[in-house]
Design a binder for this molecule. Structure first.
Ligand code: F6P
Length: 529
């Protein structure tokens, strides 16, 4: 158990002296901190100089990783040993993009390339107008129907690459069980030119099935039953249910049970990226992720940014007792990135028992939220700067101006750097007095500083770099889970809510006896016809 390990005891001891963790003092003590507290992975740079951590503490994390045989556990994962123990599954999303790791003995691994060729070939044919709709018209729009991992990743990437879209195929994402969402999307589309992609690993998710049925009805009303086979595609590990829905076998692009939903965007789940941008963009995404994957076989704990990022997040949560995390991309293109990250990180590590089912004694996952900067500065940054809770911040900035007017680009960077500077060093009462601040405003304007943040720099927003960014966070989340000895690959916590919602729907629709608590019963009465 991690909390009983020798290294953990030493880590805890290093966190006891809060005065050693004062950012102003740390920078004063070591004037190379701004340079030496930097790491990289592939093309991503991590500046962790404004994290309240010392090299000594990071060395102890290195020892913890050795004591817990982190590298051995990663080898086990890469080789297909059962890492998701509660579902008895291997964890193989890395195999999709990194051929050198593929274990031949695992069912489905031998099919990866053929499946990928078939859905990329299909996508390119749709884009070229070779695959057409029932009436012979080319497709102009794609609607991806899916939720959670079957939506967030592809939707995030599609949005992020918007600046390079060629206008050929527009993709739309429908996820919620909310008729207003799907009807608003479909209302603007021509059924004859629309391809519907039903993305669901299980093909049992009620939100997705309801929306898929709604879309089918919309299509059939306009073009007749026969159009379904021309206009529907399924992305699923459940081909039986996909066929039952009416989707032709050659339009069902599978993936496998060893690809977890939140890790699935570089499988056929990402088909909408290929449809929207072309197969080469999809493969560039994989190429970027693979650059990060290659570091997995020999993790240099001193320099590997994903490992350091994982260590600092565990430190912030458990030693500094900071239980939230703001992730702020200074790029509107990444506006869906925090939402993607919420599922990746919180569904993976939001656990309170370890792999053996024992209560964990350490905090496992921060509460993650975020919005692009600068917008978020004009919204919740007041709390980040002066609120009673201290919330670490991860700033994501983009190095290249990508053809933007340099004033825009430099403004984004200046704002990100300014926030991290102010969070760290604040403004003292003394400084305010020296500036002749009116006496009774001094305490309102005082910024105590010493609030931790990190800066992640990506070279630019393109498919390769996005692939790297995604894989960087996947790797960090997995390392955190392995160090904490939790199963990052199951999600039992969402099951009861799903089942209860089914029961609740029955009760709402029928006159069943009300046997919930009085508050719930009262709400049900308000919504019964
Ligand atoms: O929310 C639970 C969950 O199982 C996620 O892990 C998954 O990404 C999502 O539901 C959608 O599942 P499916 O792809 O099977 O429809």
């Amino acid at each position: 158990m991690t909390h009983k390990s020798k290294s953990w005891t030493r880590i805890k001891n290093l966190g006891k002296s809060k005065k050693d963790l004062d950012l102003a003092k740390l920078f004063k003590k070591d004037d190379t901190r701004g340079i030496s507290f930097n790491a990289s992975i592939a093309d991503i740079e991590l500046d962790f100089s404004k994290s309240k951590i010392t090299k000594k503490a990071l060395m102890e994390f290195e020892k913890l990783a050795k004591e817990l045989d982190l590298q051995g556990k990663i080898f086990d994962l890469l080789q297909g040993k059962i890492t998701n123990n509660t579902e008895k599954r291997s964890v193989g999303h890395v195999w999709l993009r990194s051929r050198n790791f593929r274990p031949k003995s695992i069912l489905g691994v031998g099919e990866i390339d053929a499946v990928q060729s078939s859905f990329l070939d299909f996508s390119d044919k749709v884009r070229a107008g070779v695959v057409k709709g029932f009436t012979g018209e080319s497709f102009t729009d794609v609607v991806n129907i899916g939720i959670g991992g079957s939506d967030l990743g592809p939707a995030m990437v599609y949005q992020a690459l918007g600046h390079s879209h060629d206008g050929k195929i527009n993709c739309h994402y429908v996820s919620n069980i909310d008729e207003l969402e799907i009807s608003t999307v479909l209302r603007k589309l021509n059924p004859a030119k629309t391809l519907i992609v039903v993305t669901s690993k299980t093909f049992t998710t009620s939100e997705t099935l309801k929306n898929a049925a709604y879309a089918k009805n919309w299509l059939v009303q306009s073009l007749g039953d026969i159009a379904t086979k021309f206009h529907f595609v399924a992305i699923s590990a459940n081909s039986r249910e996909s066929q039952k829905f009416g989707i032709e076998t050659d339009r069902i692009f599978p993936f496998w049970d060893w690809v977890g939903g939140r890790f699935s965007l570089m499988s056929s789940v990402g088909i909408s990226i290929a449809l929207g941008y072309g197969s080469e963009v999809f493969t560039a995404l994989q190429k970027g992720a693979s650059k990060v994957d290659q570091t997995l076989t020999n993790i240099d704990y001193k320099t590997n940014a994903a490992f350091i990022h994982a260590a600092i997040n565990i430190w912030n949560l458990n030693i500094l007792k900071l239980n939230s995390l703001a992730v702020i991309p200074y790029s509107s293109a990444l506006s869906r990135f925090p939402a993607f990250l919420q599922q990746l990180w919180m569904e993976s590590n939001g656990k309170s028992v370890d792999k053996q089912g024992r209560a964990v004694k350490l905090a496992t996952c921060p509460i993650i939220f975020g919005e692009p900067g600068t917008n978020s500065q004009h919204s919740f940054f007041q709390l980040l700067h002066q609120g009673t809770d201290i919330i670490p911040v991860e700033f994501i900035i983009v190095k290249d101006n990508q053809g933007q007017d340099s004033f825009f680009h430099k403004s984004l960077i200046a704002n990100a750097l300014a926030q991290s500077f102010v969070l760290a060093f604040g403004k003292s009462k003394k400084e305010l007095k020296e500036e002749n601040t009116v006496g009774d405003l001094i305490s309102h304007k005082e910024m105590k500083g010493n609030r931790p943040s990190m800066i992640l720099t990506v070279p630019k927003i393109d498919a390769t770099n996005l692939g790297e960014l995604i894989a960087f966070y996947e790797t960090s989340v997995i390392i955190q889970g392995l160090l904490l000895n939790i199963n990052s690959f199951d999600q039992w916590g969402v099951e009861l809510g799903k089942k209860t919602a089914e029961k609740m729907l029955n009760v709402l629709q029928n006159d069943d006896k009300l046997d919930f608590d009085s508050g719930t019963n009262n709400q049900i009465k308000n919504f019964r016809d």
